[in-house]
Design a protein around this ligand. Sequence first.
Ligand SMILES: NC(=O)c1ccc[n+]([C@@H]2O[C@H](COP(=O)([O-])OP(=O)(O)OC[C@H]3O[C@@H](n4cnc5c(N)ncnc54)[C@H](OP(=O)(O)O)[C@@H]3O)[C@@H](O)[C@H]2O)c1
Length: 291
Amino acid sequence: MKRVLITGAKGQVGSELVVEAEKRGYDVIGLSSAELDITDRAQVKAALKKTMPVALINAAAYTAVDKAEDEKDRAYRVNADAVKIMAEICEQENVPLLHISTDYVFDGNKSTPYSELDQPNPTGVYGASKLAGEQALQATWDKHVILRVSWVFGKNGNNFVKTMLRLGQGRDELGVVNDQFGAPTAATSIASCLMDIVDKERFGEPDFPWGLYHYQSEPGVTWYDFATTIFAQANKLGVLGKQITVNPIGSEQFPTPVKRPENSKLDGKKMQNVFGVSAGDWEQELLGMLE
Ligand SMILES: NC(=O)c1ccc[n+]([C@@H]2O[C@H](COP(=O)([O-])OP(=O)(O)OC[C@H]3O[C@@H](n4cnc5c(N)ncnc54)[C@H](OP(=O)(O)O)[C@@H]3O)[C@@H](O)[C@H]2O)c1
């Protein structure tokens, strides 16, 4: 039975990866941060040598975007140094490394969706540390896939959907930013996309189309649009039991320590062309989560 090793297995994406890989018949070793600290070289080496998977999938990350400004060392240790450690050990053991990155490597000043050829220019420590992780992997080990995703939501972990539902319990009216564009993407779809790659013929071979890919669900919206849909669906399903009025606001009315990209749209054409994996439909994905 083919085996996959998954780090960050209790996170939003990590937990769905465990489910997806098991569903596809893999022997899944999913390790939480308590079971495998990716910043610890000896632990990573021992885990890889013990399991010898067909792929190491790194779903572990430091993801606190604003807090990272005050915890720069920690963000870099997890998002950059640990990725280099994993890349070095994967190279020694000839194990492909699949790694997840983010739209926050971009400044968001472009008006059309970002392709893999666009120049990154992160606006904060989190994005910069994730970019450093990408670069460390690219410089260290050829057999890698870096999957940049955005606006992740799922039933496990913290995300915008859960925040909206929590706020909606205590209030009847909310202001949500309507001048940042992106696309919500379900952790389940990201897990499925990554496993589609592992499942491909010639996975593991040197001539496999290793490299950088973008993946995002559709359609593109603002956070305000997303919130409106969350409450509409929640109402239909009787999740909240009351109507919430959502008002569109500008980013200047909701200041954050790190400026969010105005445009977080990712172009998924390369993913579609190379691996045949098309964008998911986040409204359906959301319905699945709420149900
Ligand atoms: N969330 C988003 O909206 C978003 C958007 C774009 C890209 N991404 C990327 O998508 C990937 C998955 O994100 P996610 O939303 O699933 O994040 P998440 O829910 O925060 O999960 C990350 C997991 O990593 C674990 N972790 C942190 N430090 C670790 C360490 N040193 N060793 C081992 N595990 C460690 C965390 O464990 P503890 O909780 O125990 O610390 C947590 O379970 C990340 O690469 C992230 O950068 C996320």
